[in-house]
Design a protein around this ligand. Structure first.
Ligand code: BT5
Length: 264
């Protein structure tokens, strides 16, 4: 079945498998023309015990795509909307960081200068290209990744359109979604193995990579958190992945969750 829109046709599982170099991630993949939310579908499967580590749910479109705090994630045809199951017994607060590193490295492989904005937005030219939603339960961790690949943003509301970009918009030709997904899964597998199998040193290496790929550190920011606003200069991230902010009075605040706005 052809997916409508500017995707250049529906996702070819055969091409995807011919390029997939992972050991586990993506070996078991469930492809939907349309899903509510790939995170939601994969969580149901994980809870029911019918899928194992590395299972991926991929959808051409989502009718209920979600961001953090239940915000809407626009998921028209042509994007890469997918979720990956990690069955770690010790869910780590750095899993979203591993996903951010994986996406940015894959986008950079395409020759595009992308960066991570804390906590894990992926930006190109200051605009949001991809988002990551990680959900944890006793069934494991579901990492949901949305990449605006061959997406027409005409359907986005004006405020979202202004702040977002797509690979199609940047490169002016449809990108190879099968290759991009295979690349992201390979990078994610590497970072995940480092995180769960590399001990403290592995975590440090992952954080170093994250820091090398972010444009947040050194910026003056306002972070909107559930506990209120934190203003100051982002100076570091701590070992748990929290943003360390130096406030104007010289104090230090650590922020584990929130939305970060750049002031200049
Ligand atoms: C995120 O949330 O950035 C996480 C997005 C995760 C989406 C994936 S797609 C596969 C899987 N299944 C799901 O249901 N979700 C995951 P957050 O940081 O809360 O950002 C959400 C905000 O981004 C929205 O409030 C909009 O302002 C903006 N937005 C919505 N859709 C967008 C899009 N396609 N591209 C760029 N920005 C978007």
């Amino acid at each position: 079945m052809e997916a409508p829109g500017v995707s250049g046709g529906s996702f070819s599982l055969r091409r995807f498998f011919s390029m997939l170099k992972t050991e586990k991630l993506g070996r078991d993949i469930f492809y939907y023309h349309r899903a509510s939310s790939t995170n939601l579908v994969l969580k149901h499967m994980a809870r029911a015990g019918v899928v194992d580590e590395g299972a991926v749910v991929l959808a051409e479109t989502q009718t209920m795509g979600r961001g953090r705090l239940d915000r809407e994630w626009f998921s028209p045809p042509g994007g890469l909307w997918f979720s990956v199951l990690l069955r770690t017994r010790r869910p780590d607060s750095l899993i979203p960081h591993a996903a951010g590193v994986a996406v940015v490295l894959s986008i950079r492989k395409m020759g595009l200068e992308s960066v991570i904005k804390w906590p894990n937005d992926v930006l190109v030219g200051g605009k949001k290209l991809a988002g990551i939603l990680t959900e944890v339960g006793d069934w494991g961790v579901v990492v949901g990744i949305g990449i605006n690949a061959n997406v027409d943003t005409a359907a986005f509301p004006p405020d979202v359109r202004e702040r977002s970009t797509t690979l199609l918009e940047i490169t002016c030709v449809p990108v190879d979604r099968e290759k991009l997904l295979a690349d992201v899964l390979l990078e994610l597998e590497k970072e995940y193995n480092l995180l769960v199998g590399g001990g403290e040193e592995g975590k440090e290496r992952l954080l170093e990579k994250w820091i090398a790929l972010t444009d947040t550190i050194g910026r003056y920011v306002v972070v909107l958190t559930p506990m209120g606003e934190v203003r100051g200069r982002a100076v570091a991230i701590d070992p748990s992945g929290a943003l360390v902010v130096e406030t104007p009075d010289g104090g230090i605040k650590k922020v584990a969750v929130g939305d970060c706005l750049y002031l200049r």
